[in-house]
Design a protein around this ligand. Structure first.
Ligand code: ADE
Ligand code: ZN
Length: 340
């Protein structure tokens, strides 16, 4: 995909990125080899050929399988460093990264190994690329409440390094209400919340994320549009949605990028950001997601600039850096002759 000079130069924040979803096949094979673990695919090409999904669960089965080769602190560092190198080249200035500790602790990997390795790379990325960061710990919603409580407890020694808690994995049949008590405890401990909702699940799950988890952002949120009252409520709240178009296409949440709901979201006055979700599996990083909406959904450069501003406004950044990055978007748009 050709990326326009405007999108390439646009300063952006990525707010919806699963670090395990940035695991490119060649790095997966390299790390598997050095850990003496075999993958159920002989070649990088055979693995890539398996990335043909009919729904979220199809993808998650392969996603959880791939992450099993991550064992050491260096593995988590290398995974995260590879992502940061990619997005530095796309002019991403701030990242808020999801990680799935239960995908690792369930295999006997220490919580510290995971978070220390990710943080090694994030700190290096900030030094070398000037990319600021926050970490968001997700609970796997297909597991039970007790497992989530255990994970929250395991995170406590690292609480200063975790900006927020999130909720991901198989949505259907696992409503936000299942984790209301976990999120209440997390709130008591000072963690703000975000949650995946309305990706495959119904609009009621978005309502539950608002009312029962008291989220600060909704991850995806596509199906909220089916409920006009909910849509109006999200708009009135200025509740950010972290939208991921190429993910939606690959997981059959939309049948065609031409039919992506982003323009309808903008028309409804929703606060929207653009993100890549699991870029190694879905065929593009953040710039490809911006470009896809420009090419296929008629979103013009002025709207893309506003989406980039919203990505900083919707972040957990402190006000001075947030405002400085928004001013960079303004300067870039002005330089390119792109109006408000
Ligand atoms: N985990 C990684 N990617 C996800 C997605 N798109 N939805 C739910 N859980 C996920
Ligand atoms: Zn996601």
């Amino acid at each position: 995909m050709n990326i326009s000079p405007f999108i390439q130069g646009l300063p952006k924040a990525e707010l919806h990125l699963h670090i395990e979803g940035s695991f490119e096949p060649d790095l997966m094979f390299e790390i598997a080899r050095r850990n003496g673990i075999s993958l159920p695919y002989d070649t990088v090409e055979a693995l890539r050929a398996a990335y043909d999904f009919s729904n979220l669960q199809d993808f998650l089965d392969i996603y959880y399988q791939g992450m099993q080769v991550l064992v050491t602190r260096e593995d988590f560092r290398d995974l995260t460093a590879a992502y940061l190198d990619r997005v530095a080249a796309q002019n991403v200035r701030h990242v808020e990264i999801f990680f799935d500790p239960q995908g690792h602790t369930s295999r006997g990997i220490e919580f510290a190994t995971v978070i220390d390795g990710i943080r090694d790379a994030l700190e290096q990325g900030e030094r070398e690329h000037g990319i600021s960061f926050r970490l968001i710990m997700c609970f796997l919603r297909h597991l039970d409440e007790a497992d989530a409580f255990d994970t929250l407890e395991a995170a406590l020694p690292f609480r200063d390094h975790i900006a927020a808690v999130g909720l991901d994995s198989s949505e259907t049949g696992h409503p936000p209400s299942k984790f209301a008590r976990v999120f209440a405890k997390a709130r008591e401990l000072g963690f703000p919340a975000v949650a995946h909702a309305g990706e495959e699940g119904p609009p009621e799950y978005v309502v539950e994320a608002l009312d029962q988890l008291q989220v600060r952002r909704i991850d995806h949120g596509n199906r909220a549009l089916e409920d006009p009252a909910l849509t109006a409520r999200l708009a009135a709240l200025g509740m950010p949605l972290t939208v991921c178009p190429l993910s939606n296409l690959k997981l059959c949440v939309v049948d065609d990028l031409e039919n992506h709901p982003l323009p309808a979201m903008l028309d409804a006055g929703l606060v929207v950001t653009l993100n890549s979700d699991d870029p190694a599996f879905f065929g593009g990083y953040i710039n490809e997601n911006y470009q896809a909406m420009s090419d296929h959904a008629g979103v013009d450069d002025a709207a893309l600039a506003e989406i980039a501003r919203q990505s900083f406004r919707a972040s957990f950044l402190d006000a001075p850096r947030r405002d400085a990055l928004i001013a960079e978007v303004d300067a870039w748009a002005r330089k390119c002759g792109v109006g408000q």
